[in-house]
Design a protein around this ligand. Sequence first.
Ligand code: HEM
Length: 271
Amino acid sequence: MSPARRLSLIKLAVLILSLLPAAELALRWQMGRMGARPVTEALLWTGDWAVTFLLISLAITPARALFDWPPLVTLRRRLGLAAAGYALLHFTLYVLDQKWNLVVVALEIVKRFYLTIGFVALLIFITLSITSTDGWQRKLRRNWKRLHYLVYPLGILALTHFFIQSKANVSDAVMASGLFLWLMLWRLLPRDIRNRPLTLLGLAIVAPVLTVIVEALWYWGSKNVPPMRIVQASLDPLLIPRPAHIVLAAALGVLVVMLLLRIRFWRPAPS
Ligand code: HEM
């Protein structure tokens, strides 16, 4: 198969995969399998998928560099748009939950800090989506890149909103934050060392440790739980998988895949 045909098939697969969560939601809704509070259930579902696609789109640049596959970058825009689409659906469901009363919606957004954060994140999503086209990229030139750096504050805002909304159990928000930290640390590292196996091994240690710190600080600050209890829970094999374990597994997974690809495609230097 030609590389161009393979790429268009991959693009189609990404499109179908990004629509699957929405299709599942529609099906469950249609079949009345949404529990006692269907709108709230759909709100949580779309919020989770907005964050998931945001993280996947942020993972494309490291994946391209580590797995040495440049065409991957063409998927980034689609994945970012999928994230924005779920965020917009999430907001629409919130408006539906408020019986389409836009005055109440606006007042709630102004009054409640977690909704204000969500709203700012949504505005960034919309701005980045509109300007994601080739036309805008040409028009804005160097400023396009500057504008699209907003994806990093967007990630922080979305995760803060996720934490505050998660109420008692913040495990998913902690895990998403750990993965986000891995992605940010990789980007901050100098280009000449960030793709080395040893660097990735270091990241596989640092990212889970930071994940435990984030979780401990959250429970300490919000529930007055002593931080050492979170550290102990993360070291207890009976409690696997905790968020830090999943971050560790993901980070080691990246290292292993990269090493396998390098072994598979390794060629001796011509003599
Ligand atoms: C104006 C914009 C937004 C509003 C009004 C809003 C509103 C809400 C509400 C009311 C909930 C809690 C539902 C409940 O527990 O009953 C929620 C949860 C959530 N939102 Fe938003 N949100 C907004 C923007 C965003 C954005 C931009 C994202 C992601 C990029 C996002 C991601 C989430 C996540 C991940 C949850 C928690 C889901 C869970 O606990 O499983 N939200 N949001």
